[in-house]
Structures are given as C-alpha cells and as structure tokens.
Ligand binder design. Sequence first.
Ligand SMILES: [Zn+2]
Length: 209
Amino acid sequence: MNVVLIRSRRKTLTLTVNRSGEVVLRAPYGVKKSELERFLNGHQSWIEARLAERNRNRIDLADGSEHVLFGRRYVLANGRAGIADDILYLPQEDRENAFCEFLKKIAKSYMAETVRELAEKYGFTYRNVRISSARGRWGSCSAKGTIGFSFRIAFLPPDICRAIAVHELCHTRVFNHSKAFWSEVEKIVPDYATVRKTLKSYQYVMGYL
Ligand SMILES: [Zn+2]
C-alpha cells in the first residue's frame, strides 16, 4: 500500500484517502516510524473500505461502456471527443480529462439553452450561465445573476436539469430559501419534493471524474 506521509506541527495522527486514491497520513513531527506503522495496521480495514467506496464511485470509461447524458444513451468508442448518433467518442489518452472537458462543453450549451427558454417563458432576468467542477451542489446563483451548474449535471435526467435551472432562476427573484422562494419554485415545478428525491438517488454522480 502506498502511503503519503505528511509531517507537520500537529498533535494528532489523521488518515484520509484522497480523490486519486492515495492514502494520506498526517502526523506530528517526532512520531516514530514504528508507531506510524502500528497506526496504519490498526486502520487497515478502514482504508480498504474507503478504497472500495472510491472504486464504486469510479465511472467506467472503457470502450463499449454506456453513458446517459441529458437523457440520451451513448456507447463509448475511441476517437476525438464528440458525439455522433448514439456513439460518444473519447480519446484513449487521458480519457477522464477529455470526458470532463467534453461534459463542460455540452453542459454549457444544454443548460444555457434551458435557462434561456425558461427565462423567456417565465420572465426571469439573469446575467449568464457558467459551468463549474463543483461537487457539492448542482447549481448556484450569484447575487449578480450568474447562474452556475456543475458539469456533472449532464448525468441527470432532462426534467431534473430543468427543475434545477428553475430553482436557480428563482434565486434571481428571492435570494434565499425562504417560503417565498419555494412558492416561486413551485409555481413552475409543483412537485419539487420528487426532484429532491431523484437528486438523492443521483448523488453518486458527484463522485465521478
Ligand atoms: Zn437554492
């Protein structure tokens, strides 16, 4: 097992497994190697559980794997990043990165269009649409009216993407999560409880890429 040891002026030992699957051990200066080893051995099953969890969250990007983006199913094949009919092309080299970049691109055009249509239909004003790599949330709205979405939104069904866009657009009218806010949302998406439930079931997507 590969362990990254970081010593600093701390008082305790802490163990984490980071996004790239490295086991990171933070330790105070002066703790003996034998003590570190004992600590690691004692946490072996915890480490294994974290690593297994991480692998479960890993997206399968092998040729022939299937991916649903904005509700459309694609089969992955080798090639320059792009979509043709029901084939999603991604280069073999640095595929995860290429997929991220491609998702950012399609999320930008899809969500910008969704927001534009909703704003026109329901009379919202906003500034622009941005795509981020945020893991913590699907959407955001700045005080200046910039609507943001995580590129991972591409993995959600279209009606959920629309509901998230509605949520963020409603923040241009009510900048909090008060009763007044939810009543604005529910004028357009009456059953937001179902949206929330669906989002919970897609939470694993946040661990992708
Ligand atoms: Zn909100």
